[in-house]
Design a protein around this ligand. Structure first.
Ligand code: PAF
Length: 281
């Protein structure tokens, strides 16, 4: 695997490959790789000739300085993992390489900007689209791979691609979970064993809604899921909502075929998110 730290070196490396009609796949990450990322990378390997994984903890998407500071950066472990699955290129720029001084970025994300994640993390999606657009321009991938775990992020990136007319195919990969059901996340390493057990209640609540939706109806199963979360004093829920997957507007009862339940909560000061698709028919 080649580790490349500058935009110019990466462009120079990829251009001859592109000229030879090689298919290029991009897996953008902030590092602290776990099996969720590895499944994105495997998916990328299966579709593309050349897989570029970027690791960049992007400061513009953090609205909380201590979250940015505490974000795990186990680069040696990440490099070894990428080598082990035969990733072709690790793009590892530093902040100065990615950002000039006083850069301005704003894109119209409509209501995606202010709902759910957007409401609790103001400016977050502007930061995400800013860096993802930069990565798209540098790598010019044929395919880019994102995890469904960041459901709203996937929709935001789709919108970025539409607005900026980026010629890339987005591939959204399913959430990877631990055996007990916890959605894998780089932030999980900050939880104690106790916190990890508490965190299981998030996916339990989502499953209650998913299983109950057809039999008891959505509002009853949501009440049961809320009760489960309320019973655990170690969980501070920011939002827990059942929404239309295309608009993220909240619904009270099943309408249409598929909905998505979204949750964000703090456990031991760590912010976790998860979601599950719900079939109503
Ligand atoms: O999902 C992430 O890890 C980040 O938001 C991304 C897409 C790599 C942009 O920094």
């Amino acid at each position: 695997m080649k580790t490349i730290r500058t935009k110019s070196a990466l462009k120079a490396y990829l251009q001859p490959l592109r000229d030879k009609n090689k298919t290029i796949g991009l897996v953008p990450t902030m590092g602290a790789l776990h099996p969720g990322h590895l499944s994105l990378l495997r998916n990328a390997k299966s579709r593309c000739d050349i897989v570029v994984c970027s690791i960049f903890v992007n400061p513009t998407q953090f609205n909380d300085a201590s979250d940015l500071e505490k974000y795990p950066r186990p680069i040696e472990q990440d490099t070894a993992l990428l080598e082990s699955i035969s990733c072709d290129v690790l793009f590892l720029p530093d902040v100065e390489e990615m950002y000039g001084e006083n850069e301005h970025w704003h894109i119209d994300l409509g209501s995606l900007e202010t709902m759910w994640e957007g409401a609790f993390r103001p400016g977050h999606f502007q930061g995400v689209t800013q860096v993802v657009y930069k990565l798209f321009q540098i790598v010019q991938p044929h395919y880019a791979f994102f995890g469904q775990k960041d459901f709203q992020q996937c929709m935001v990136v789709r919108r970025l691609v539409d607005i900026m007319q980026v010629p890339v195919r987005l591939v959204i990969c399913p959430i990877e979970r631990s055996r007990e059901g916890l959605a894998l996340s780089s932030r999980n390493v900050r939880l104690s064993d106790h916190g990890l057990r508490d965190a299981l209640d998030l996916s339990k609540a989502l499953r209650l809604v998913r299983h109950g939706a057809k039999e008891q109806g959505l509002s009853k199963s949501k009440l049961a899921a809320n009760a489960l979360l309320d019973e655990n004093p170690n969980i501070q829920v920011e939002y827990f909502a059942i929404c239309k997957p295309d608009t993220l507007l909240e619904v009270k009862e099943c309408e249409g075929e598929q909905l998505v339940a979204l949750i964000a909560a703090y456990i031991e000061g760590v912010r976790l998110i998860d979601n599950m698709l719900i079939d109503c028919q």
